[in-house]
Design a protein around this ligand. Structure first.
Ligand SMILES: [Zn+2]
Length: 189
């Protein structure tokens, strides 16, 4: 039996990405992926509530500073809503590149670095997070930087359903949606 502790066996995809120190402390799955803090079981605790109250990083579980990074779908940059609490910028970038949360994330991901965020009630009694204007937005597709065309395509793919909904609601909803889209388009790569 060896007396030394074996280094974690990371997958190739993980090894190909620069790993922030905070990620190195995380346990490693048998597939070679760091196991994010949010995925570790904590019976009786609502992780999202704890993370938001204590300003903890969703990925590494450590305290965040004044900037936080939301990981968003392309449409999330339009309605400024997400169900996923924020992370450190470095942790969110690592996650986007290594596909850490790939089961939840769409192919195109925006890492939206901002200062302010908070929960709001949705119409159906649930809660989501909204957030302020960004200090910086980084776009990724399948782990690499996304092009402007790829981001535009991803946004266009989701918009028709929202346009239909807005049209059913009336002209003021159509206007509001248009303003939200125009605002989001200023943050394309
Ligand atoms: Zn972190």
């Amino acid at each position: 039996m060896s007396s030394t502790v074996a280094a974690p066996a990371y997958s190739r995809a993980v090894l190909a990405v620069t790993m922030p120190k905070r990620i190195k402390w995380l346990p490693v799955s048998d597939k070679g992926m760091p196991i994010p803090w949010c995925a570790r079981p904590t019976p009786g605790q609502n992780k999202a509530v704890t993370a938001i109250k204590r300003r903890l990083c969703w990925i590494c579980g450590e305290q965040m500073g004044s900037n936080v990074a939301m990981s968003l779908s392309p449409l999330g940059t339009i309605n400024r809503a997400t169900s996923e609490p924020p992370a450190h910028r470095d942790c969110a970038v690592f996650s986007a590149k290594a596909g850490l949360m790939s089961r939840q994330n769409p192919a195109v991901v925006a890492v939206w670095v901002t200062r302010g965020y908070g929960p709001f009630r949705t119409g159906n009694g649930g809660a989501l997070l909204t957030f302020d204007d960004p200090e910086e937005v980084l776009w990724f597709k399948e782990g690499r930087p996304a092009t402007r065309e790829e981001v535009t395509e991803a946004i266009e793919a989701g918009l028709p359903a929202w346009r239909d909904m807005a049209e059913k609601e009336g002209p003021s909803s159509v206007d509001t949606l248009k303003q939200m889209v125009d605002r989001a388009l200023t943050y394309l790569p």
